[in-house]
Design a protein around this ligand. Structure first.
Ligand SMILES: Cc1cc2nc3c(=O)[nH]c(=O)nc-3n(C[C@H](O)[C@H](O)[C@H](O)COP(=O)(O)O)c2cc1C
Length: 181
């Protein structure tokens, strides 16, 4: 329970590993954290917002153009609220958006707007991960002080073996605790 009182923005993006965000969300709330989930439109093809809303016990931010309950835009409100901005899983696309500073959706807009530490857990096909573009983008994020949770080796959803599996829930939660506690 040592994440008591910690506020975590959990951003979920369009990777096949998005279903694992349910376990991450659950583990964080069981550790005492308050979790608010953000999703890209593509993430919703892999996991239902209802699942993450129920597990986090908070509304899921998924549409930058939805009328916010209060006056403040939701991405700014969450960016200001969070103690930690965790992206799990992080696609090659969102990593590229972060590196360049593009903000086409609520996840990338919140990344730019927050001053909370960012913890990024990539998950993708091994060739996508090894591509010089992805490696250069990850290096940019590291050089800014963002922390990357290294993907694991294993059997990837595309059928190949290699590095690119989302790090385990335990590794991700442990890294969160190392940053926040
Ligand atoms: C079945 C399927 C699985 C995918 N898995 C991944 C993945 O694990 N990692 C990744 O970077 N992209 C993956 N993609 C591609 C992304 O969904 C795509 O680049 C998308 O534009 C990412 O959007 P987002 O970053 O805004 O969530 C997958 C696509 C499909 C159709």
């Amino acid at each position: 329970m040592n994440l008591e009182g910690k506020k975590i923005a959990l951003a979920v993006t369009g990777s096949i590993a998005a279903y694992k965000a349910a376990d991450i969300c659950s583990a964080l709330t069981k550790s005492g954290a308050e979790v608010r989930v953000l999703m890209t439109p593509e993430a919703k093809a892999f996991i239902a917002p209802l699942t993450l809303q129920t597990l986090s016990r908070n509304p899921v931010a998924q549409d930058m153009w939805a009328l916010p309950e209060k006056w403040q835009p939701e991405h700014i409100e969450i960016a200001t609220w969070a103690d930690l901005f965790l992206v799990a899983p992080a696609t090659a696309n969102i990593i590229a958006c972060f590196a360049v500073g593009l903000a086409p959706d609520i996840v990338s807009a919140t990344y730019l707007a927050t001053r909370a530490p960012a913890l990024i857990a990539p998950a993708m096909n091994c060739n996508m991960l090894e591509h010089p573009a992805t490696q250069a983008n990850l290096e940019i994020l590291r050089s800014r002080g963002n922390k990357i949770v290294e993907p694991a080796n294993g059997r990837l959803a595309c059928g190949t073996e290699g590095k690119g599996c989302l790090a385990s829930v335990e590794t991700i939660v442990e890294t969160v605790k190392n940053i926040l506690v």
